[in-house]
Design a protein around this ligand. Structure first.
Ligand code: ADP
Ligand code: F6P
Length: 519
C-alpha cells in the first residue's frame, strides 16, 4: 500500500478533544491506515526566524508540524483564510475583508509549507491536501519538481461563480487548483459550482461527469461526502460512563426533553437564529415551559476575527434574554457551554437528547448531524432537525429538514419532533443510520484515495469524446511560457497574465493575475 501524506492547516492532537470536522475525520482514518500528517502545530512564534519543523510519532502516524509567525497567524490564518475565503465560501460576502497583505501572507505560508514538505516526500506517496487554507500547495510542490499524484479535498462549500469572483485573487486560486489530480467536494452542489467556474470562466470542458479538461490539465472533480466513525460513537455512547451522564441529564425534577446543539461558535452555524427558534417554540407551545431545555455547546473559535467576537456577544445576550423571559427557580431554558468537551461526553449528551438541532445557515457537511444519529439508542432514538443548507441534508432525507432562517418553521419542526410517535422515530432513525454507515469516515477516505490512486485520465478511456481544443484556457493562456527567474520566481510581468500555475516556480498572486496594480 502506498504511503499516505495528509497536509492540512489544522493537525489534530490525538490526546485532546478536537473541535472541527477536518481534524476529527482525518484522525480516525489516518490512525487506521498509518502515514504522515503535515501541517501547523497550533503555535505562534514571534518571527519567521523562529519557525522550525518538528517531527513526532504516535502509533502508525508521523506528525510533521511547524508554527506560524505572528504575522502569518494574523494575515494568513485570521486574514485571508478566515476573513476572506471562509465568508465567501459560506455565501457571506458582507463579512468578507480582502487586503493585498493577507493574500501575500497566504501565498507565503503555502510556499513555506511546500518547501518544508517536498523533501519529506517519497516518489510513490499519495499526497492529500485539505481545505481552503492550502489551495496553492500543490502548485508550489509541482514547482519543486514533485510529480506525485496530489489530491485536494474542500471541507467547506464551494460558492457559485458569481460569488467566488468577489475574491480579488480568484483567478490565481482557480489556476492553482488545477495543479491537483483529484479535487473532492462534500456535495454535488459544490462540485457543480466548481465545474461551472472552470467551464464558464476558464474555457474548460467536461469530458465525463467528473473529469474536466482545462488548458493542458485534466482534473477529476468528484463528490466524497465526509463521514464519521459510527462504531466509535456507538461504543462511546453506550459505555457505563455515558449511562451515568445520561442519568444525570434526566435526574428527577429536571426537564424531560433535552434539545442539543454542538457547534464551534461560528456565524455560519446559525446559533442566534437557533436560539430565536427555541424562543418561538416556547411562545407558540407554552406547554413546553419547564419540560424542554436547549443545551448548546459552542466552543470558541477564531475569536480575534471581529465577526466571531460579534456573534459571541449576540448569543450571550440572547440566551440571557430567553432565560430572563421564561426561566424559573427550577428551570433554565437555555444552557450554553462555551468550551471544548471530550468526545465521550459529547456522545453521551447526544444519546441523552431527544432532539439534535443542527441548523447552520451554510455548512460544508456538518459531522455533528451524523454523530448525533450514530449515538442514538436504536430502540428509542431521538429526532434530527437539520438545516437544508448543511451539506448533510443532501443525503439525510429522513431528518426533519428546515429553513434555519424561518424561526416559525424550525419551532414547528421541534414541536413535531417532541410529539412524534415512537414508531416513526425508529423508522426515520433506522434509515438515517443506514445512510450514515454507508458514508462513514472510512468510506470517505478510501473513496478519495481510490480516485487519487487511479490511473490518470486518458483519451482512450473517454471512448467517443471528441478531443477538446488545447487552447481552451483562452482568457488566461500564456502568450509565452515564462521560465524561472534567477531568484526562483516566475518572470512575471503585470502585462503577462499567465505562467500556467502547475509548472510555475513560486508565484505571487499579484504578479500573475493583475494587469494593473491594486489601487
Ligand atoms: P466544523 O468542521 O465546521 O467545525 P462539523 O460539524 O463538521 O463542523 O465538525 C465539528 C466537529 O467538532 C465534530 O466532530 C464535533 O463533535 C466536534 N466538536 C464540536 N464542538 C465540540 C466541543 N465543544 N468539544 C469537542 N468537540 C467538538
Ligand atoms: O471544517 C472546516 C474547518 O475550517 C476545518 O478546516 C477546520 O478543522 C475546522 O473548520 C475548525 O477550524 P479551525 O481549524 O480554524 O479551528
Amino acid at each position: 500500500m502506498k504511503r499516505l501524506v495528509v497536509v492540512s492547516n489544522r493537525v489534530a492532537d490525538p490526546g485532546c478533544p478536537a473541535s472541527g470536522g477536518l481534524a476529527v475525520c482525518i484522525l480516525d482514518g489516518l490512525k487506521e491506515r498509518g502515514g504522515l500528517w503535515f501541517g501547523w502545530n497550533g503555535e505562534v512564534v514571534a518571527s519567521e526566524s523562529e519557525i522550525g519543523v518538528s517531527c513526532r510519532r504516535d502509533g502508525q502516524v508521523t506528525f510533521v508540524t511547524m508554527p506560524f509567525s505572528e504575522q502569518d497567524y494574523k494575515e494568513h490564518y485570521l486574514g485571508f483564510c478566515n476573513a476572506a475565503l471562509w465568508p465567501v465560501h459560506h455565501y457571506r460576502l458582507d463579512l468578507a475583508r480582502f487586503t493585498p497583505e493577507s493574500c501575500d501572507a497566504y501565498s507565503r505560508v503555502n510556499r513555506r509549507f511546500a518547501e518544508a514538505l517536498a523533501p519529506q516526500l517519497h516518489p510513490d506517496d499519495l499526497v492529500w491536501v485539505h481545505d481552503y487554507h492550502l489551495i496553492p500547495v500543490a502548485a508550489e510542490l509541482r514547482a519543486r519538481g514533485v510529480r506525485n499524484r496530489i489530491g485536494f479535498f474542500l471541507h467547506i462549500p464551494f460558492p457559485p461563480p458569481d460569488m467566488l469572483v468577489a475574491v480579488p485573487e480568484h483567478e490565481w486560486l482557480m489556476r492553482a487548483i488545477l495543479a491537483y489530480d483529484v479535487v473532492g467536494f462534500q456535495t454535488s452542489a459544490d462540485q457543480a459550482n466548481f465545474c461551472r467556474f472552470l467551464c464558464e470562466a476558464m474555457g474548460g470542458e467536461m469530458l465525463t461527469s467528473d473529469v474536466v479538461h482545462v488548458g493542458c490539465r485534466f482534473v477529476t472533480a468528484s463528490v466524497f461526502p465526509a463521514g464519521v466513525c459510527v462504531d466509535s460513537f456507538v461504543t462511546m455512547a453506550t459505555q457505563a460512563e455515558a449511562q451515568r451522564r445520561i442519568r444525570w441529564l434526566h435526574r428527577r425534577g429536571e426537564p424531560r426533553i433535552n434539545i442539543i446543539g454542538v457547534d464551534r461558535l461560528d456565524y455560519t452555524k446559525g446559533l442566534p437564529d437557533r436560539f430565536r427558534s427555541f424562543r418561538r417554540l416556547l411562545e407558540l407551545h407554552p406547554e413546553n415551559c419547564k419540560a424542554v431545555t436547549l443545551m448548546q455547546i459552542a466552543p470558541p473559535t477564531r475569536e480575534e476575527v471581529k465577526a466571531y467576537a460579534d456573534i459571541r456577544h449576540e448569543l450571550e445576550a440572547l440566551s440571557g434574554e430567553i432565560n430572563g423571559q421564561f426561566g424559573d427557580f427550577d428551570w433554565t431554558p437555555v444552557r450554553y457551554v462555551h468550551r471544548n468537551v471530550p468526545r465521550e461526553t459529547l456522545a453521551a449528551l447526544y444519546r441523552g437528547s431527544q432532539i439534535g438541532l443542527v441548523t447552520p445557515l451554510r455548512d460544508g457537511m456538518n459531522l455533528v448531524a451524523k454523530e448525533y444519529i450514530a449515538a442514538q439508542d436504536e430502540t428509542d432514538p431521538g429526532v434530527l432537525v437539520l438545516s437544508r443548507f448543511a451539506g448533510a441534508a443532501e443525503d439525510l432525507e429522513e431528518a426533519l429538514i428546515v429553513n434555519p432562517y424561518d424561526a416559525d418553521e424550525v419551532a414547528h419542526a421541534m414541536q413535531r419532533a417532541i410529539s412524534m410517535p415512537k414508531e416513526e422515530k425508529i423508522e426515520r432513525h433506522a434509515a438515517l443510520l443506514a445512510r450514515v454507515r454507508a458514508r462513514d469516515a472510512h468510506n470517505w477516505m478510501e473513496g478519495f484515495l481510490e480516485a487519487l490512486d487511479a490511473p490518470p485520465f486518458s483519451w482512450s478511456a473517454s471512448f467517443s469524446m471528441p478531443a477538446p481544443k488545447i487552447d481552451a484556457l483562452r482568457p488566461w493562456t500564456p502568450t509565452a511560457h515564462s521560465s524561472a527567474a534567477p531568484s526562483g520566481r516566475a518572470t512575471a510581468s503585470r502585462g503577462l497574465r499567465s505562467a500556467a500555475i502547475p509548472h510555475a516556480p513560486s508565484i505571487r498572486p499579484a504578479e500573475i493575475i493583475r494587469t494593473e496594480p491594486r489601487a
